[in-house]
Design a protein around this ligand. Structure first.
Ligand code: FE2
Length: 471
């Protein structure tokens, strides 16, 4: 028996080697593990008196100003800000460069308590019926110390409008976080909207989840979030569940501070929702809300995917915090149960790319799927699949927990490129068939793209990009 077994396995090995030779680089085991050398210094939060945390001057001046998309199509914006001393006005005054008249929109004010912390007055105001592709100015803090900002609305939803997204995850508020944000802001590829893949402030790393660190994070990021929408995904650092101090309402600080347009996509909770923006259909999923069969998120996603019209929005992007494919030792397989639930849908509906965070490093997968397993057939390996998404882990924003440097060895075949450096990504959609993705590590100038790939759209041009990459 053992001789037969040996012969069979030898035969299999010979065949496998032949296939490898015939296919050349395509079956090269694993991708690239970057040997980039970085300074491994401790990642520490910026102190409370840092200039980036400064309170804006003037009595009751609005602070922590941030915007996000306010509807499903991109014609509305949610403007949010906090006034520290008094509620003040809920109104947003807004106008275009060309308009003679200024308009007013009315919002609502919220406060919350968290253990011994009481929030400022948190304002959320949705401005509706905006024109596409238009620069708007807006003023908040009316009556005391008003401040003016601006944003540009996206182009009308359609298949061939170019649009550029920045991708940032797990940002936190360390010195490295500041480098990441600055690097993103100055990137000449000019991201117009940030897809944020979760874990915002890391306030929960402080005693009693000191919510003062939510405020400092809001002030730190304002220089970007007030001027371009950030699309929010909830991560584990947004849960803030601390029963030992009586805080049993999950996501309390996050949901009070960061509103999203979930009702516009018929979602029933702000943790999973979708938006259209220019040529992209973006689905945000919740790693930390129930996603099993019959749950609200499952039923929503099941109904949502068939609604995506690739003639209108060719690019189907998914944001989720916990990655499904990750070859670092950190958080290994934490996304596995969600993958089991939803991966076959992503293949059926030809999702172009899934962006995730959570692991504090960068990794890009091949186009692979692992959906054949049925308990008894043993088919439980990722295989190349041109209908499957590319999975990009980009939780390398620079938070105080530091880099994930330990990787599983050898590098699995599904992993195309991995590197433990802080950085950000740019997803630059050119038209219905092509998008250029690049990842910049913080240490480099913009001429250095540590990783980059031309994405071919899965609906309009489902050609294997990795062949192109290897030429
Ligand atoms: Fe996380």
């Amino acid at each position: 028996m053992s001789v037969v077994g040996f012969s069979c396995s030898s035969f299999v090995v010979v065949i496998a080697v032949l296939v490898m030779v015939l296919n050349g680089v395509e079956v090269c085991y694993g991708g690239k593990t970057s040997q980039f050398l970085r300074k491994v210094e401790k990642t520490v939060d910026m102190p409370l008196d840092s200039d980036v945390f400064a309170v804006p001057p003037g009595f009751n001046a609005p602070q922590q100003v941030h915007i996000t998309q306010g509807d499903h199509e991109g014609k509305a914006v949610i403007v949010s800000w906090i006034t520290p001393d008094k509620p003040g006005s809920n109104e947003v005054l807004y106008w275009t460069e060309k308009s003679k008249q200024k308009k007013l929109a009315f919002g609502k004010v919220y406060t919350y308590k968290f253990y011994n912390y009481t929030s400022g007055y948190i304002h959320h105001c949705t401005i509706k019926n905006l024109k596409y592709n238009t620069k708007y100015y807006y003023e908040v803090g009316i009556g005391y110390s008003p401040r003016t900002f601006w944003f540009v609305t996206p182009p009308e939803v359609g298949p061939d409008v170019p649009y550029t997204f920045g991708i940032i995850g797990d940002l936190g508020q360390s010195f490295d976080s500041n480098v990441t944000l600055t690097h993103y802001e100055r990137n000449p590829h000019n991201g117009k909207t940030v897809l944020f893949v979760g874990d915002l402030s890391y306030a929960d790393n402080y005693p009693f989840h000191d919510n003062v660190r939510w405020d400092t994070w809001g002030r730190f990021t304002e220089r970007s979030t007030a001027y371009q929408p950030w699309i929010w995904t909830a991560g584990n650092h947004e849960i803030d569940f601390v029963p030992e101090i009586g805080e049993t309402e999950p996501f309390k600080p996050f949901t009070n501070r960061y509103h999203v347009p979930y009702k516009a996509s018929e979602s029933t909770a702000p943790f999973w929702y979708s938006i259209k923006r220019g040529p992209a259909y973006i689905i945000v999923l919740a790693s930390y809300s129930a996603y099993g069969k019959y749950t609200p998120q499952y039923e929503w996603l099941e109904a949502e995917l068939p609604k995506v019209n690739r003639n209108e929005t060719p690019w189907l992007l998914v944001l989720v915090h916990s990655p499904w494919y990750n070859s670092y030792n950190y958080h290994y397989m934490e996304g596995e149960t969600m993958r089991v639930m939803y991966e076959s849908w992503f293949v059926r509906y030809k999702v172009d790319v899934v962006f995730a965070g959570h692991v504090h490093a960068y990794e890009r997968s091949e186009r692979i799927s692992n959906i054949a397993y049925n308990i008894v057939n043993g088919h439980c390996n990722p295989v190349k699949d041109q209908s499957a998404p590319v999975y990009i882990t980009i939780g390398d924003g620079g938070n105080l927990e530091g880099l994930a440097t330990n990787m599983t060895e050898p590098q699995p075949a599904y992993s195309a490129y991995r590197e433990a450096s802080f950085g950000h990504g740019i997803f630059d959609i050119k038209n219905r068939t092509h998008a250029y993705f690049s990842w910049n590590r913080n240490q480099d100038g913009y001429a250095v793209e540590a990783d980059a790939l031309w994405f071919f759209n899965r609906y309009w041009h489902p050609v294997d990009e990795s062949l192109n990459e290897q030429k």
